[in-house]
Design a protein around this ligand. Structure first.
Ligand SMILES: C[S@@+](CC[C@H](N)C(=O)[O-])C[C@H]1O[C@@H](n2cnc3c(N)ncnc32)[C@H](O)[C@@H]1O
Length: 227
């Protein structure tokens, strides 16, 4: 039988259906510890950007932590965007992140949180972001670490996390290999080794693993478009 869990991730319609249906409870049931860590990182790396696009924004408040005068929140699922109460001054757009209706150089920063693993061709998402970034612009993407994906699968089976739906986790090497030729890798790190409990504990554990590429259930890339 075909279920959202075993349907290939490249089926956009099933990804959309999964998130349309999850939108009602997504915001309240998602891991708040992870959310706060994503927001802190987003603020750290993108606070200077003036024109920002979030891909697969869903009901996330991440875009609202930035004070950029131009903010666009996009998602494949209209229902996920509708469930977002934080987008008062942002433009909302329903679109597939692999093919976006924007001109070359339209944004200074583009980011996505837990989206790359749901996209049929995550490399195409990054190439499309590179196309619409201005020279010097930043792409910032957070996604589960495929190397420890089995832990997330286990947590899902135990009903300790929301169902992923159609997805394919990316490991460290695969995500790193998606750097487009016109971009430079600024950072690629693993983090959130222990995403539970007080934020100070979560940050403390990550500090223990800060050498090299870090450790954790998630990783992120920060890429800059060459001038
Ligand atoms: C796990 S949720 C993450 C939502 C939000 N970024 C957050 O951090 O809470 C994945 C989101 O990616 C969206 N998505 C999946 N495939 C997409 C695509 N091809 N283009 C744009 N958005 C997509 C889904 O609709 C969903 O809102």
């Amino acid at each position: 039988m075909k279920t959202p869990e075993n349907t290939p991730a490249h089926d956009l319609a099933s990804v959309r259906a999964h998130y349309d249906q999850l939108s009602v409870r997504y915001r309240d049931d998602s891991n708040q510890v992870c959310r706060r860590a994503y927001e802190a990182l987003t603020r750290e790396v993108l606070s200077d950007a003036q024109r920002v696009l979030e891909l697969g924004a869903g009901p996330s408040p991440a875009l609202s932590v930035l004070s950029a005068p131009v903010r666009v929140a996009s998602d494949l699922s209209r229902e996920m965007l509708r469930a977002n109460p934080h987008l008062h001054e942002a433009v909302r757009l329903v679109a597939d992140a692999q093919c976006l209706p924007f001109a070359t150089g339209a944004f200074d920063a583009i980011f996505c949180v837990n989206v790359l693993e749901h996209v049929p061709d995550p490399g195409q998402l990054i190439r499309e972001a590179a196309r619409i970034l201005s020279p010097g612009g930043l792409f910032f993407g957070i996604t589960p670490n495929g190397g420890t994906g089995w832990i997330l699968e286990l947590l899902e089976r135990l009903r300790l996390k929301l169902p992923e739906g159609p997805h394919r986790f990316l490991d460290y090497a695969e995500l790193g290999s998606m750097l487009p030729p016109e971009m430079t890798m600024v950072r690629h790190r693993r983090f959130l080794a222990f995403p539970a409990g007080p934020d100070a504990l979560v940050r403390g554990v990550d500090r223990l693993f800060q050498r090299g590429q870090g450790e954790g259930l998630f990783h992120y890339v920060l890429m800059r478009k060459d001038r």
